[in-house]
Design a protein around this ligand. Structure first.
Ligand SMILES: [Zn+2]
Length: 561
């Protein structure tokens, strides 16, 4: 296949403005962070795919009841918001936060107040640590913290605090931005709220409003009033999926995925928009006969981060085991003239070496260096887990590459990640590369792909080559237990009481050596070999892997050895 010709054709066919329109539509629903709106967003994506002629496009529900588990992931409680306000009522009267004006001001899964609201005195934390809360009498008070509010949620609830206010913002020098708080678990490193988690409300306010509140509190008592009208319930979330059927190997899929159900225009309405735009141009070029139909099926998948792919993976494991490649598009399409629109390609981890990474890098290289003449706008990085790109783990085994065009930078997860921060030019490039990778992978023979990967590898700089060619170490042979896990996906310890945890201090749902050790626990590797594999990937391995697997075995997470 002439990749350059394919990419030139796609570059002419994609429209940054059309893609921008999809992004704005998704964002207008997801920005509310309310599950009724997430449903609308999933339906919007399904309708968009359907209207473009994508087969079987639909929004498939899965439980969001705070109990059901897919793998080790306990699904979130459903949560709808009607309105929420936080105001200072004494010594003066000022509105600090209002959900209908700025949805990010309400911490997700905030519990409702009585309908007339709750009035309480504020207590100001200096450090925002659990230790500090332990040392104070917060009963009946609103706790105001300079740190992430979830850090102190369980202790504030346990000690009878009525709510938490935070002016923590990851970005610096954005006095009016409000951080979106999308974790409300009582467990260390936890994420979504579950049925067994404590129920309390929280507000996120801007650094400027935080400074005002801190000043007033330093001068005397401050009384706040919170009125929160929300509903926590056992409902559903959806993953939206549809496909363009392959002519020769319809069961061998190339999957494009992007998470939705987050407030940001860059993270990640833009990723989902790039998928829909890819679907639009591929369908159009195939229908008009400009491109032959792909040999393999190209699937589109849009869903809430991590939870959605877990539900999809458990239900579609055989489909995934048969997939040629999965591409996760997550992380924005920022200002074309800034670094935030350079494309990062995060390759697979050591447990999933595949020619797919080099093939995708080769497509990106051809696009940026030959079609766009912008060799500065792409780079290859080592694996890290963005939440969704876990189908590469050995019990699934589908190569899963992550395309990230910036994460919104200073706008990441705050109220300023709005549609005006998405650049149609970046979004057009992202769509062209995404469609190009999908079509090339879906339409070429495996031999052709491997040869292309090999050929293109020779043209990469040494650093890129090194990342793409990380080699398996020579494993020491020996006897010993070969742990085999029961679940696919990342380890979370959701629902396991933190006081019973051993070895682990924080939920190992993100990429680190314990999660990698969990993934290597496929029944084929001894603990000593797992240690060697971790050393090869991370430079060193934890020395308590035996205790780690004892702990997991005690939880019933491993099959009988
Ligand atoms: Zn994201």
């Amino acid at each position: 296949m002439d990749i350059r010709a394919l990419l030139e054709r796609l570059q002419h066919s994609v429209s940054g403005d059309t893609a921008w329109g999809y992004m704005a539509e998704i964002c207008s629903r997801d920005r509310w962070s309310s599950f009724d709106k997430y449903r609308e967003s999933a339906d919007y994506c399904a309708d968009a795919l359907l209207s473009l002629g994508v087969d079987d496009a639909n929004a498939v529900p899965f439980p969001a009841d705070g109990r059901t588990k897919f793998g080790d992931w306990m699904m979130p409680m459903s949560w709808d918001v009607r309105e929420a306000t936080l105001e200072i009522v004494a010594p003066s009267s000022t509105i600090l936060a209002q959900w209908s004006e700025l949805p990010d001001s309400l911490v997700m899964w905030s519990a409702p107040t009585p309908s007339g609201g709750t009035k309480a005195e504020v207590i100001v934390l200096k450090e925002g640590t659990t230790l500090e809360v332990e040392s104070l009498d917060v009963r009946g008070k609103v706790v105001f913290t300079p740190e992430h509010p979830t850090r102190i949620k369980s202790v504030v609830s346990r000690k009878g605090g009525v709510g938490i206010v935070s002016d923590w913002l990851r970005a610096k020098d954005k006095p009016d931005a409000v951080q979106w708080i999308n974790t409300w678990s009582d467990s260390p490193g936890g994420w979504a709220m579950h049925a067994h988690d404590s129920r309390i409300w929280g507000f996120s306010i801007s650094p400027r409003k935080g400074a005002l509140l801190r000043k007033l509190a330093s001068e005397g008592d401050v009384e706040l009033k919170a009125t929160v009208s929300t509903k926590l319930y056992e409902g559903e979330l959806c993953y939206t999926t549809g496909s363009i059927s392959g002519e020769t190997y319809p069961d061998e899929e190339v999957i494009l995925m992007a998470h939705i159900a987050e407030q940001g225009a860059n993270d990640n309405a833009s990723g989902a928009a790039a998928l829909i735009e890819s679907a639009r141009v591929l369908r159009k070029l195939i229908s008009s006969g400009e491109l032959p139909p792909p040999k393999r099926t190209i699937r589109f998948l849009m869903m809430p981060e991590s939870y959605g792919p877990m539900a999809f993976a458990v239900r579609n494991i055989e489909k995934l085991r048969n997939a040629l490649a999965v591409i996760n598009v997550d992380g924005g399409a920022g200002d074309y003239d800034s670094d935030d629109s350079a494309l990062g390609i995060y390759v697979n981890p050591l447990c999933c070496r595949s020619f797919v990474d080099a093939a995708i890098a080769g497509v990106a290289r051809t696009f940026y260096e030959e079609v766009k003449n912008r060799p500065d706008k792409w780079a290859v990085h080592k694996y890290t887990l963005a939440g969704d790109n876990f189908f590469c783990e050995p019990l699934i085994g589908a190569p899963h590459t992550w395309l990230e065009m910036g994460d919104g930078g200073d706008y990441w997860h705050n109220s300023e990640d709005t549609p005006d921060k998405v650049d149609p030019r970046s979004l057009a490039d992202l769509s062209a590369v995404t469609a190009g990778c999908a079509y090339f992978l879906a339409s070429s023979g495996k031999g052709e792909l491997a040869r292309f990967a090999q050929r293109t590898m020779e043209t990469f700089p040494d650093e890129t080559k090194q990342i793409l060619s990380m080699a398996m170490p020579q494993l020491r042979q020996g006897e010993g237990r070969r742990p085999k896990r029961k679940f696919i996906g990342a380890l979370t310890l959701d629902g396991v009481p933190p006081e019973t945890w051993k070895v682990i201090k924080s939920s190992p749902r993100w990429w680190n050596s314990y999660l990698a050790a969990w993934w290597w626990a496929d029944g084929k590797h001894t603990i000593q070999q797992i240690s060697q594999l971790l050393e090869a990937e991370f430079g060193k391995a934890p020395d308590d892997l035996d205790e780690f697997f004892d702990f997991l075995s005690g939880l019933g997470y491993l099959l009988r050895e």
